[in-house]
Design a protein around this ligand. Structure first.
Ligand code: FE2
Length: 192
């Protein structure tokens, strides 16, 4: 069974960036709950899960994706904070790291092994897409509304909706990892 210590080790570097200990604890709790509800029994199994079923991820797993998106969004935020003489909006890095780690946590309920070495959409995943199931899990674990906004708005559910700036950064970092894979599959990614 995947416990708090496992999640703390898995995302050690990103969790360390969350200064608010209570927030950090709630992020870990949400992951543990998602693993339990999604029947992910081991870290090995969870690491192997592709981060999407919409395209061939060419071996990029859910955990690697979560880290890349979180760090990518943080880098986007830092770049603005460092380059601008005056940042026109505040960027909250506690919120960004918490939301980044949790943006796809609902996928642990949405994707399941198909029993033949592959993966498929689960029945709960058919009922509720991961931005919504992730938001529900996070709310159950006491995450505040601003972090829930990131989870629920990071994908198409957020289009045109009010969002915190960290949701915008997570969304862009998320598609920076997804689009090249889709383009590669379609033959539109130029790789000289
Ligand atoms: Fe994602």
């Amino acid at each position: 069974m995947i416990g708090e210590k496992d999640i703390e080790a898995l995302f050690e570097r990103q969790l360390a960036r969350i200064n608010d200990g209570e927030l950090r604890g709630k992020v870990v709790k949400t992951f543990v709950l998602a693993c339990r509800r999604g029947h992910w029994e081991s870290l090995e199994a969870m690491k192997k899960m592709p981060f999407t079923l919409l395209t061939d991820t060419l071996g990029v797993g859910f955990v690697e994706h979560t880290i890349a998106v979180t760090e990518g969004a943080a880098a986007l935020g830092r770049a603005q904070a460092e380059a601008y003489s005056r940042l026109p909006y505040a960027i909250d890095f506690d919120r960004l790291y918490a939301g980044g780690l949790l943006h796809d946590v609902g996928k642990l309920l949405e994707i399941e092994p198909d029993g033949r070495g592959g993966y498929r959409k689960s029945l709960p995943g058919k009922f509720t897409r991961h931005p919504v199931s992730g938001a529900i899990l996070a709310a159950e674990c006491g995450l505040p509304g601003d972090v829930i906004n990131i989870i629920v708005c990071h994908a198409k559910e957020g289009e045109g909706r009010p969002q915190v700036v960290e949701a915008v950064l997570i969304h862009q970092a998320d598609f920076a990892t997804f689009d090249p894979l889709v383009m590669k599959q379609k033959g539109t990614l130029i790789e000289p």
